[in-house]
Design a protein around this ligand. Structure first.
Ligand code: SF4
Length: 356
């Protein structure tokens, strides 16, 4: 009798519903004996209508809501901190159900809202210019944990998100399946209805992931953090991608453009004295010329604890002039929200200092 009571007292472990992509949700509902149309209905409640509990999905049969409650948990990221910038940008620090912290950024521009979200808590890639890289890897995020960041930021702004970029903490192509699942739910009518071309994946150059992405049917946008086209510099500032040398990266990107007819962006954070020298500019031009790409030059944000500084205007002009002379499209991206915590990972770093 005592042992039976003991077993009954132990609540069965429930699975986080955020772990499922659309196909996974279909399996969840099929297991509960539901017709196929329920998948879109539940996805809509989760990611479009942002129901905070299964019991609030009022057009589902009571028995289905009970079945979902018994087997699955549903818990939105809770807001730990929000910092508004003078330019309208807002940075968010979210606490996930297991206590892990991740960040997102909302960037309004006219009638558009771009949300930058995290795909991992922490990051294993170790880029030296990045606060997240210096903090190490914690865990991969679940599908829903990514979609909810975007949806909750949009809700806070009171508008729909027009663009979402996987450019927060983490390397999205190291969490490939969950990231693709999240992109598809952001793209879906029952999700957030963001056009595929307005969904950007930013990678530091994970070759197997770029090869997989080239074979996906959707027209998602690819951005690659290059930051140096000199192998020794790149090895030093981006040690996580040392195993994929620059010639292989270029070949893979050329193949990507041929398969998809899509133009990737090469992100290049300019660091004074590091990657703005003549040798660096020459290597960048050689890497980018002759194929379909766009170079995005980003004067680096200072990161506390490093001596990194942004180049002066004349160096930036020299880089754009050299690219233009080689027929390579480029632009200079002005960082938003520099009066609040800037650059990926900094909000979490500040939090760690505050609480730790
Ligand atoms: S820049 Fe991106 S890939 Fe590199 S350490 Fe930071 S989060 Fe990771």
């Amino acid at each position: 009798m005592a042992s039976r009571r003991h077993r009954a007292d132990v609540a069965p472990t429930r699975i986080d519903i955020a772990a499922y992509d659309a196909a996974g949700l279909a399996g969840v509902l099929a297991d509960l004996g539901q017709p196929a149309y329920r998948t879109k209905q539940v996805a809509s409640w989760l990611y479009s209508r942002l129901a905070p509990a299964f019991d609030e999905m009022t057009d589902l049969p009571t028995a289905l809501r009970s079945g979902l409650n018994e087997r699955y948990s549903l818990q939105h990221p809770s807001l730990d901190q929000m910092q508004p910038s003078k330019d309208g940008t807002r940075k968010y620090l979210w606490r996930l159900p297991d206590g892990v912290m991740v960040e997102s950024v909302g960037i309004p521009a006219g009638d558009r809202l771009t949300v930058c979200y995290s795909t991992q808590a922490g990051c294993a890639m170790g880029c030296t210019f990045c606060a997240t890289g210096r903090g190490g890897f914690v865990r991969d995020l679940l599908v829903g944990e990514m979609v909810w960041q975007v949806a909750l930021v949009a809700k806070d702004f009171g508008v729909r998100a027009s663009n979402a970029v996987a450019m927060g903490q983490g390397e999205p192509l190291q969490n490939y399946d969950a990231t693709l699942g999240a992109l598809r739910l952001m793209n879906a009518r029952e999700g957030m209805e963001i056009g595929a071309r307005h969904l950007t994946i930013s990678t530091c150059g994970v070759i197997p992931g770029i090869e997989r992405l080239a074979r996906e049917p959707e027209q998602f946008t690819l951005a690659v953090s290059l930051h140096s086209a000199v192998q020794s510099t790149r090895n030093r500032i981006m040690p996580g991608v040392r195993r994929w040398p620059l010639p292989l990266l270029r070949d893979t990107l050329v193949d990507y453009t041929q398969r998809t007819s899509r133009r990737p962006t090469l992100e290049f954070a300019l660091i004074a004295g590091e990657n703005d020298t003549q040798a660096e500019i020459t290597a960048l031009v050689a890497f980018a010329r002759g194929w379909m790409c766009h170079v995005n030059l980003i004067p680096v944000n200072p990161v506390e604890g490093t001596d990194m500084a942004r180049p002066d205007a004349s160096r930036m002009a020299a880089v754009t002039a050299a690219l233009a002379a080689a027929g390579v499209e480029s632009s200079i991206r002005v960082e938003r929200g520099t009066d609040i915590d800037a650059a990926c990972g900094q909000l979490t770093q500040h939090h760690r200092r505050t609480v730790g």
